[in-house]
Design a protein around this ligand. Structure first.
Ligand SMILES: Cc1ncc(COP(=O)(O)O)c(C=O)c1O
Length: 374
């Protein structure tokens, strides 16, 4: 049996008529950039996130640095995040010209550990970027409290957790802005690149709207800016898919529960930790091997058995070759949890269109590997 890591084509086939209808609508409209379909999607995204504004941009990375830039965070400023996220979180801070400050992640959720943040704060600190890693919300209540005490901005990196909820809070409720990515492999993904920024702050909205469009919100009138727009074709695809996102999250949760039931009791890896009270939407289902040297043997064993397993992210950002590439960066305290996460993580196939047979096969093979270990 073969089990793929993604189900993009299955998903397309399941809602083909809805996607095709929106693509046709855009093609027939004659408006492909900053057109009516983008407006429609932005309204739908704002409604979905219960924010006043949503701004479509070129990708999730741009959403983060455009938010930083709109808040005036740049050279000389420090921004706190953690090093076991996707590279783009830190990259966006560097693109904005600021210093990336890494603190450790929580040993269970692998999201940023709020208890490590205060020790990293200096007079230069301007913002915190928590990542809702693997589909689970970071502890936003604790983060907001620290941010308020030290007058810092908070930008949520929600590239991996659209549709998730925290323990007593919603995504985008406790931050200044929330960035997301719509690259195809995300829970809500288009057939290409794009992203969005959600905010209740009118100044961020107005500024990012101009920045993404060559510093212009009126024809022929410009200030400094960039080209980072979400095309209407992608907007149409995303608008069709957004209607299904909550059902897809339910399916992800169903497969996660089936994995957890089947893998419970394994001796050579730990299972994902779900913080109570919220809604984890399992962008990724990550198990962690007990020993670092077991990570690659497990991935190879699964691959030899037709299962496409991956690692997210097997090299922490501060451990990448050449770090920090002449950019400003600082590590605050030990980041041992993040390093352990990188050294031991294995991602099992996870997408809504999986079948019971596929999940059970992955469970059987993963448990078979477990029994081979000394
Ligand atoms: C946590 C995180 N942040 C940021 C990004 C960047 O998004 P994009 O690839 O759309 O620039 C991604 C995904 O790619 C991500 O997983």
């Amino acid at each position: 049996m073969k089990v793929e890591f993604y189900g993009h084509v299955r998903q397309y086939h399941n809602i083909k008529s809805e996607i095709d209808a929106n693509i046709k609508e855009v093609l027939e409209s004659g408006q492909y950039v900053m057109g009516p379909m983008l407006k429609r999607l932005e309204a739908e995204l704002a409604k979905y996130h219960e924010t006043k504004f949503a701004i479509g941009v070129g990708n999730g990375t741009d959403a983060i640095w455009l938010a930083l830039m709109a808040l005036g965070v740049g050279p000389g400023d420090e921004v706190i995040t953690h090093p076991n996220t996707f590279f783009a979180t830190a990259e966006a801070i560097w693109i904005a010209g600021a210093t990336t400050v890494f603190v450790d992640c929580d040993s269970n959720t692998r999201c940023i550990d709020p208890a490590k943040i205060e020790a990293a704060i200096t007079p230069k600190t301007k913002a915190i970027i928590p990542v809702h890693l693997y589909g689970q919300c970071a502890n936003m209540k604790a983060i907001r409290k620290i941010a308020d005490k030290h007058k810092l901005y908070v930008i949520e990196d929600n590239a991996q957790a659209i549709g998730s909820r925290g323990d007593g809070f919603k995504v985008a409720e406790l931050s200044d802005a929330t960035a997301t990515s719509f690259i195809i492999q995300k829970n809500l993904g288009t057939f290409g690149d794009s992203g969005a920024l959600m905010t209740n702050n009118e100044k961020i909205d107005t500024t990012v709207r101009k920045l993404r469009n060559h510093g212009s919100n009126q024809r022929n009138v410009h200030s400094f800016g960039f080209n980072s727009r979400l095309d209407d074709l992608h907007a149409g695809i995303l608008s069709a898919k957004l209607k299904h996102i909550d059902d897809w999250s339910d399916l992800r949760r169903k497969w996660a529960a089936r994995y957890t039931a089947g893998l419970n009791g394994a001796k050579n890896f730990s299972l994902p930790f779900e913080r109570g009270g919220g809604r984890h939407v399992y962008h990724l289902y990550i198990i962690e091997t007990k020993q670092a040297q077991q990570r690659d043997t497990l991935v190879k064993f699964l691959s030899d058995n037709g299962i496409d397993a991956k690692t997210h992210y097997s090299i922490a950002i501060h451990q990448q070759a050449g770090y920090p590439w002449g950019k400003n960066a600082r590590i605050s305290g030990s980041v041992a949890n993040a390093e352990q996460n990188a050294a031991t993580c294995v991602s099992l196939p996870m997408f809504p269109e999986l079948t019971e047979q596929e999940v059970d096969y992955v469970v059987a093979k993963t448990m078979e590997w477990d029994r081979t270990q000394p």
